[in-house]
Design a protein around this ligand. Structure first.
Ligand code: ASP
Length: 336
């Protein structure tokens, strides 16, 4: 009898570890910090080092949360906090300026397990818009809140508010002035050949030990955008989408095109209805559909097996992931 009990316990113990091991292997995390004219010539070495440092820190922190059994929501929120708090990226602290000299931020999240989503748009006083997006998803009956209403709601949720001067950075202000000068000379803000032409939106997608996918995207939009303009980031299915039966996706690029091409939902739909892999689906949308329309940018994502996908049609893209081998990989230029 004793032997049977010992044997049964051993079997349970081994099975428990085996399944936990399987789950642990499946966790994955991918992030981006924007795409665009990101080339060696346009990014000085010292700046490159800073970008790599922040992205590596964010990846390690997010992955650690997943490893310890934390949820994909927790991992994505932690990753995006780091990038929103860094002036390097066009989200949170480093948000770009509108044509009126204001900072108007957008953010969205989606939970692949429940298909619940939350987003805020045109907010000017929320330090970490990703927190407000999560609150909209979790504690409101809505998906997207705009402007003052979004800020009132965020305040009621105890989310950190800041004076709009918090978002002033000289670098972004100078970029605005430069772009406005170009505009006066007859070139719009979508001058993709210009060294300053970089999208800096941040996004992260995580798969946790429960097999749940969560995505978040946060942005200041595009330099010199018309005030009041809303981009693709907070539009579910355009810049942000997650569904446990297919994948999670976060996009960056010229938002007007991403909205019209419904980029992230299209990728998910190609997987769901046509059985394409995440990479095939994303490449089809980014390199064929979007490119034909004249849209520039990219998307990162992962599927329920933890396969990482990155696809972009711009010169480069700030991006990184930790997949099956547990090692952070950070890339900026076309291939490194
Ligand atoms: N997609 C963002 C927007 O259009 C910009 C970006 O990706 O940086 O608002």
């Amino acid at each position: 009898m004793k032997n049977i009990i010992v044997f049964t316990c051993c079997v349970f113990f081994l099975m428990h570890n085996f399944f936990n091991g399987l789950n642990a292997q499946n966790i994955a995390l991918v992030l981006h910090g924007g795409a665009g004219n990101v080339t060696k010539e346009n990014i000085p070495g010292s700046l490159e080092v800073q970008y790599r440092e922040v992205m590596t820190k964010a990846l390690n922190l997010g992955y650690d949360i997943l490893k310890k059994g934390g949820s994909s929501l927790e991992a994505v929120q932690a990753v995006i906090h780091i990038m929103e708090d860094s002036p390097l990226f066009n989200a949170g602290k480093g948000a770009v300026f509108t044509n009126a000299g204001t900072n108007e931020l957008d953010a969205a999240v989606m939970d692949g397990a429940t298909l619940k989503a939350g987003a805020v748009s045109g907010v000017r006083h929320i330090k970490n818009p990703i927190d407000a997006a999560i609150a909209v998803m979790s504690n409101s009956q809505h998906v997207l809140l705009y402007g003052e209403g979004a800020e009132e709601f965020a305040k009621s949720q105890g989310i950190i508010m800041v004076d709009s001067s918090y978002f002033f950075t000289q670098k972004r202000y100078d970029q605005l002035k430069k772009v406005q000068e170009k505009e006066r000379e007859g070139q719009g803000f979508n001058n993709t050949q210009h060294p300053d032409f970089k999208f800096g939106t941040v996004g992260a997608v995580a798969l946790d030990q429960q097999g749940n996918i969560f995505v978040g995207t946060s942005t200041g939009g595009m330099t010199n955008k018309r005030f009041g303009r809303i981009g693709d980031t907070p539009i579910i299915g355009a810049g942000t989408y997650a569904n446990n039966s297919t994948c999670g996706l976060s996009a960056t690029g010229h938002g007007e095109f991403f909205m019209r091409a419904v980029v992230t939902h299209d990728i998910s739909a190609l997987m769901e209805y046509k059985g394409l892999s995440i990479q095939q689906a994303a490449d089809m949308v980014i390199h064929e559909k979007l490119l034909k329309m004249g849209g520039e940018g990219g998307v990162v994502g992962l599927d329920t097996k933890g396969n990482i996908m990155i696809s972009f049609n711009s010169a480069g893209m700030f991006r990184g992931y930790i997949g099956k081998d547990d090692q952070p990989v950070v890339l900026i230029f076309k291939d490194k």
